[in-house]
Design a protein around this ligand. Sequence first.
Ligand SMILES: Cc1ncc(COP(=O)(O)O)c(C=O)c1O
Length: 346
Amino acid sequence: MCTRCCPRAPLNPLADVPLVYPRKLDLACTPTPLQYLERASQKWGDGHRLWVKRDDLTGCTLSGNKVRKLEFIAAYAQDNGYDTLITCGGLQSNHCRATALVGAQLGLQVHLLLRGDEPQEYDGNLMLDQLAGATVSCYSVAQYVAEIGDLFAHWQQHYAERGSKALVIPTGGSDGIGAWGYISACEELLHDFTSAGIEQAHIVTASGSGGTQAGLTVGAALHNLPATVWGVNVCDDEAYFQRKVAADIADWSERYPAVDVPEVTARVLDGYVGEGYGIAGPSVFALIAELARLEGLVLDPVYTGKAFAGMLEEIQQGRFSSCRDIVFMHTGGVFGLFPQREGFSW
Ligand SMILES: Cc1ncc(COP(=O)(O)O)c(C=O)c1O
């Protein structure tokens, strides 16, 4: 057993007390499968068993990690009288697409504030945003970065003046409410581990706004899941994500003071951002193509492709050497593939 980074002792003394979750909606197709990657393990595992938690299968168009967060966020919106959801992200944001579809499913208006000039053609996630009837406002990168707080306030006021009540959902749905999504996913993983005969594992996930990592990190501790959670950052750096994960957990604990807060550390595997957010190098595209052929598993160039590449590199460097099992969290993102089709050389 790995004692360096996989403490087996319960981290949360109150773990035997049932955790009281806030209300959530059933939007995701869960539990998602945990699948063994036999050929990938042989090829890249270096003695490890590689598994994938198929959170890309949480739905068809409502796919990916964001749905788990939105189950709690949308319930909060309903319970507090909101009729409109405003959120933000990149032009190809998976979170914005998921929010657009959840809103349509629940009869809520959705307004997306997107980072980047409006493209001539709507492709991938952006096309689905449009199809779901979301209002889309595009801003130049400079304006978005400088003014996103003001833009949220402006649109919230705009809806208030028209008799609507708009909930602002932060980037990626990553806040104390959204954190519940992956806290509860850890219960699912406990069952998965038992069924698969996994005694101890490393879990690797892509980190973009930190909420998935925050939920998994705190959820693993709360549920005594025998796992060490690692985030591969796809933007910014290790220090940023340590702060962001800590901030999401602090927001969660402030909102739900009745829950005992475990002491946790955010573990970040930095060095795989490449040229920047959303820009993948040829090796990531080659890996996506290779894995698709080897295992029928499709990753994306913005999040999961980089995270998987990072995981393989860290295996080579011996980062996970004392645990046999490694679980890759497949957080979805398939629609982001299509606008980047030129990255593949056939
Ligand atoms: C497909 C996909 N994977 C991973 C992530 C990262 O999740 P989080 O924003 O919770 O860090 C995102 C969103 O940012 C995503 O869209």
